[in-house]
Design a protein around this ligand. Structure first.
Ligand SMILES: [Zn+2]
Length: 525
């Protein structure tokens, strides 16, 4: 070996751990968290409490310091709402004819907002019901929505950049503009060409209780009284007699075009029975203190959600929604990194804050609560690296990074990946809204630069097919359990990449910043 080569090897060795993790320890965490005994870890359930206790014990074993409000725990309180479907009804009235809709088949009544017991109102088709002030785009402009219900198709015109389109489609934003326009509720028709979940799994999901944070300051329901979703396969009847067909509207959606907006000759009559309750569930937080006398008071967050869907409607005789990939896998990644750091004991300048949150499946609620009530100073949180369902289903060649071009965390992840021969790619499917669909978004809204990462596939590749088949067969289904095949080496390499990224962010001189052109930078003001 020449000396030059020896130096090169030594330099690489400094970046890589002595042996790459083989994923086996990671898998042992997944197996525990996705076991039937934890009953799918529903927010507020005994199974979730067991899972949280396990995570806290593993954090302690890895030498991390408690960073909750009660040891490692941060309890979060919720209001719960469950639709009593047999006591509820939804009738669609057109031209004096009324049709009682079959709940679950034609439509579902949502309890994401707290509905009024009776709603009788005209329905207006509001296109995408999207308002994007930055683009002078407003589907609600010129529509008379006072006292009415806005019916819309999910999505937005392709002229609006992905992150903006995603941000303004959140309930918090869309609800704000609907309320301002005087609407009393909304009915969404999912775009059937961009549904991660088929309707057959959306309908049973709606029978699970909904939750909102008990903290009134964090309520984002905007006084709306009614929310529902229509099965796209049954959507045509809503447009009868309007001069438009759902089919024609979908063609415009597919082409990324704006949609016409018009009153429908329809109104709804809803009777809604809701069982209300209270619940408590835990975030779990732990710190690896930094070594720099000044920078140790800054925190790099590593986040993953612990909760999943619990016990629900049986599919193939199985009622336990184990959530092995969603998201025992991400929590296991954090535990694996904590244990690796405990072994390698690197000197990190900043502190790492490991945060395992509850209530993600209920609307990012645990992370929203922590971001509003952090156990460290709000301004001391410099970055969030989130892992949710990263899907190690085939060998790791690349990683998709959500938020890649929004902050200089993107440069950090590129450098770390380059040293490992891992390709980095941007979000190829902004229409799936992934950047706002997991817990990083709770921190982004507080101005904290963030990334989320998944194992990448290329468009049209066999790997894409594997990932898409996984969504169809296992996403939010009991088949997402510890019996499914996964690629352990892929998971090990992914975890190694994330650990190295966390170390790099902890050690860099300046705290991360949003790029001036980033849409999300506004939240940092
Ligand atoms: Zn999920």
């Amino acid at each position: 070996m020449t000396r030059r080569l020896a130096i090169a090897v030594a330099a690489t060795a400094a970046l890589l751990p002595a042996s790459l993790p083989d994923g086996r320890r990671w898998w042992s965490y997944v197996q525990f968290l996705a076991d039937d005994r934890l009953e799918g870890r529903a927010t507020g359930s005994a199974g979730h409490r067991k899972a949280a206790a396990y995570v806290a014990a593993e954090f302690e074993r890895a030498g991390l310091k408690p960073a909750g409000t009660d040891g490692y725990m941060q309890p979060v309180r919720f209001h719960t709402r469950k639709l009593n479907e047999t006591e509820s009804s939804l009738t669609l009235e057109r031209n004096g004819e009324s049709e009682e809709l079959v709940l679950g088949q034609d439509a579902i009544i949502s309890t994401h907002i707290d509905p009024a017991p009776a709603v009788d109102a005209a329905v207006v088709f509001a296109g995408y019901a999207l308002t994007v002030p930055e683009q002078q785009y407003d589907d609600l402009a010129g529509l008379d929505l006072r006292g009415k219900i806005a019916l819309y198709i999910s999505g937005g015109p392709s002229t609006i950049p992905g992150p903006l389109r995603s941000h303004y489609q959140t309930m918090a934003e869309r609800g704000r503009f609907l309320e301002r326009a005087g609407a009393i509720g909304f009915i969404a028709i999912p775009d059937p060409h961009h549904m991660d979940l088929p309707w057959q799994r959306i309908a049973p999901g709606s029978r699970q209780p909904s939750m909102s944070l008990a903290d009134p300051a964090l309520d984002e329901q905007h006084g709306l009284k009614f929310a529902a979703a229509v099965n796209p396969a049954q959507a045509e009847k809503w447009f009868a007699g309007s001069g438009h067909t759902f089919d024609d509207l979908l063609k415009l959606v597919d082409a990324g075009k704006p949609l016409p907006r018009f009153p429908l000759r329809a109104s709804i009559h809803a009777r809604i029975a809701v069982e209300r309750g209270e619940a408590e569930s835990q975030n779990v937080a732990a710190v690896l203190p930094g070594s720099d006398p000044v920078l140790k008071d800054q925190y790099v967050l590593l986040t993953a959600h612990l909760d999943h869907l619990g016990i629900g409607e049986p599919i193939n005789g199985d009622r336990i929604y184990n959530g092995a990939m969603d998201n025992a896998s991400g929590v296991a990644t954090l535990l694996d990194i904590a244990q690796s750091l405990n072994e390698s004991k690197p000197k990190l300048r900043r502190s790492l804050l490991f945060l395992v949150v509850t209530g993600e499946e209920k609307g990012l609620l645990g992370s929203k609560y922590f971001a509003a009530h952090p156990t460290v100073k709000p301004a001391s949180m410099v970055a969030d690296l989130n892992v949710d369902m990263f899907l190690p289903l085939f060998p790791l060649r690349g990683v998709t990074v959500y938020g890649l071009n929004e902050s200089d965390l993107g440069e950090e992840v590129r450098a770390v990946a380059r040293a490992r021969g891992i390709r980095i790619q941007d979000d190829l499917e902004p229409e799936r809204n992934i950047f706002i669909r997991s817990d990083q978004y709770s921190f982004i809204r507080r101005g904290i630069p963030a990334l989320a990462m998944k194992v990448a596939y290329e468009k049209g590749s066999p790997e894409e097919k594997i990932a898409k088949t996984w969504l169809k067969e296992r996403y939010h289904a009991p088949a997402d359990d510890a019996k499914q095949p996964v690629d352990l080496e892929c998971a090990g390499r992914f975890n190694d990449l994330l650990r190295a990224l966390a170390e790099a962010v902890a050690n860099r001189p300046e705290r991360p910043h949003w790029y001036p052109a980033s849409f999300f930078r506004r939240f940092a003001q």
